[in-house]
Design a protein around this ligand. Structure first.
Ligand SMILES: Cc1cc2nc3c(=O)[nH]c(=O)nc-3n(C[C@H](O)[C@H](O)[C@H](O)COP(=O)(O)OP(=O)(O)OC[C@H]3O[C@@H](n4cnc5c(N)ncnc54)[C@H](O)[C@@H]3O)c2cc1C
Length: 431
């Protein structure tokens, strides 16, 4: 659903993604999860500014980033002190501090971080108090963002904000990172949805316009661009779908849990990294019309870089892959097992898999190679998934270009001999 929705409107995907992801963090505290999950799960949107418990359905936000840094949350300066009372399942705290980025400030409840005497801890705060008044936060301004403008992002001050602790005291980053794991999946899927929309626009425009007496898409150079974009879009889609599937089974299958652990940040890195270049190429397919604000492409263009930034920038995400390998070396076994499932009948690909495994094993001692290793992992896993799920025209083109080196440095550089027509036909929206 996220893949589909991101093809239509990206701003609303931020509150939906955070609400979906909050369950991961809340389950650190079964009592809190029991209290809030039913309201999170309920379909519908209740916009009334009242206490969350009085609503028919709720949205959940997260406020972590402070001025001094969002990547290194250990630098959190907001503080929490016990309020001396209890609400529902837990002790009440009062938080004072500032958050430099807080999207969806009208969230019904939100997770945040603050220092207690035992370190950075995670808290859940309601947007409105039981008496109907606003919790003690002041929105200082809404950010003037270069894209994603349908989603409000704010700077806020907390002054004795009422909140309850989630998870163990002093382990707040670990608790909230559980939420980030899910939002990272959501952004990987989201970026592939964005790419799909850009592709659909490019295919439509180049199919309905002629130049030099022929449809533009039928001209060999454009056919290569369109097919290359279509191959990329499909590879990103399968990667996102496979990882979404791991979430469904991670409580019952160790393989799925380990695969999710290492490959979700990888997908977040790679889909978000490819999206801006992809959108630029799709925009150029429209000629000058693509650069004009009336056209959808201008909006996709401004949207494309964002998913790479929030919920962990590229470097931070690659460092998360390094951490996965360091702390759970079995994650490497899981991703290699997954990759080899699709490559068993292809000796050439087995060589790539062996190379990747070596890279991953030495990653903890070679952090400077993290981006390259993650990129190789993304391409190898995507190749394997395409071999399993896509027609040969698509997987052949992907393997020849992305793995076997017959590719340039821009889209539209597939090697000769690829069935670009079949690839393009598969990517078309079927009426
Ligand atoms: C539109 C928008 C909405 C947002 N909404 C929210 C929200 O609702 N809640 C929230 O909490 N945050 C939100 N954010 C903040 C976002 O999560 C942070 O901007 C992001 O995590 C990066 O933090 P930073 O901006 O402090 O950059 P920094 O942490 O200062 O990073 C700057 C650069 O340094 C690099 N870097 C940092 N550490 C390392 C390292 N160890 N090794 C290598 N490179 C490193 C980073 O990759 C980055 O390129 C939002 C951001 C945007 C743009």
């Amino acid at each position: 659903l996220s893949y589909l929705w991101n093809q239509g409107e990206n701003g609303i995907c931020c509150p939906m993604g955070m609400t979906f992801a909050s369950v991961g963090a809340l389950r650190h505290d079964p009592a809190l999860a029991a209290e809030w999950e039913p309201l999170i799960m309920r379909a519908g949107y209740d916009s009334r500014p009242i206490h969350a418990r009085d609503k028919s359905a709720i949205t959940v936000g997260m406020a972590m980033t402070e001025k001094q840094g969002g990547s290194d949350l250990r630098k959190t300066q907001s503080t929490a002190r016990p309020a001396g009372s209890r609400t529902g399942s837990g002790a009440d705290y009062l938080i004072t501090g500032h958050k430099w980025f807080f999207s969806v400030p009208m969230s019904d409840v939100f997770l945040t971080l603050a220092q207690t005497e035992n370190g950075v801890s995670c808290f859940l705060a309601p947007g409105w108090l039981p008496d109907g008044s606003r919790n003690n936060l002041r929105i200082q301004r809404l950010k003037e963002k270069c894209g994603n403008r349908s989603n409000a992002s704010s700077e806020v001050e907390f002054k004795d904000l009422h909140a309850v602790m989630v998870g163990p005291e002093g382990r707040g980053i670990r608790t909230i990172i559980e939420m980030a794991h899910y939002t990272r999946l959501d952004f990987a899927v989201g970026s592939s949805g964005l790419m799909r929309q850009a592709l659909v626009q490019a295919l439509h425009h180049t199919s309905s316009r002629t130049s030099f007496g022929e449809r533009i898409i039928d001209q060999p150079v454009m056919a290569n661009v369109a097919a290359d974009l279509a191959v990329e879009s499909e590879a990103q889609m399968w990667l996102g779908m496979r990882l979404a599937c791991t979430l469904d089974h991670q409580d019952t299958s160790e393989h799925e849990r380990l695969l999710s652990r290492i490959a979700t940040p990888m997908a977040k890195y790679w889909s978000c990294k490819q999206a801006p270049m992809f959108v630029v190429e799709a925009l150029e397919c429209h000629g000058g019309n693509g650069f004009i604000e009336d056209h959808l492409m201008a909006r996709l263009y401004r949207e494309a870089p964002l998913n790479g930034i929030w919920e962990g920038t590229g470097n931070i995400i690659c460092l998360d892959v390094v951490r996965a390998v360091q702390r759970e070396p079995a994650t490497v076994d899981a991703v290699m097992e997954e990759i080899r499932q699709g490559l068993s009948d292809d000796p050439g690909l087995a060589v790539h898999a062996d190379d990747l495994e070596k890279r991953l094993r030495r990653l903890p001692d070679n952090q400077g190679e993290a981006r390259h290793t993650v990129e190789v992992m993304a391409h190898t896993l995507q190749a394997s998934l395409l071999r399993r799920y896509a027609p040969a025209a698509v997987s052949d083109a992907f393997l020849a270009s992305r793995l076997n080196g017959h590719w340039g440095r821009a889209f539209g550089t597939l090697p000769g001999g690829m069935d670009t027509r079949a690839i393009i036909e598969r990517a078309r929206v079927q009426a």
